[in-house]
Design a binder for this molecule. Sequence first.
Ligand SMILES: [Fe+2]
Length: 137
Amino acid sequence: MEDCPRIEWDGSLETGTRIVDVQHKFLIDIINDLADAINQKKVMISIGKIINLLKHYTEWHFGREEDCMERFQCPAYEVNKKAHGWFIETLESFQREFRETGGSEEIARRMYHELTQWLVQHIKKIDTQLEPCIHTD
Ligand SMILES: [Fe+2]
């Protein structure tokens, strides 16, 4: 099977808010660990750790982002919060699928594609809306 492409950071993922960018880079690092595990045929060894780390880190990061959007009265606050909820639910449903089926590379590939697509679009469309709010008051 084809290799999973790692997500490469580039300027199109910049939100204009440095602290958010630093957190996104770490998030992408974790997701790239999943790509590496798939490519090195180590999904079954690594998946538990990757899902746990992803869950804890996203919960923390989404919380920071939501607090910041609320504080600066960013209009994207509600839609961002909803989108974050969707990501956590999707992650949890993959976690359940791994537990219930015993796991497979196929599930890991589906998870990787779904989460990376979401993350890239989410950063570009929603997280970039925070920066203008910080600078309008
Ligand atoms: Fe966000």
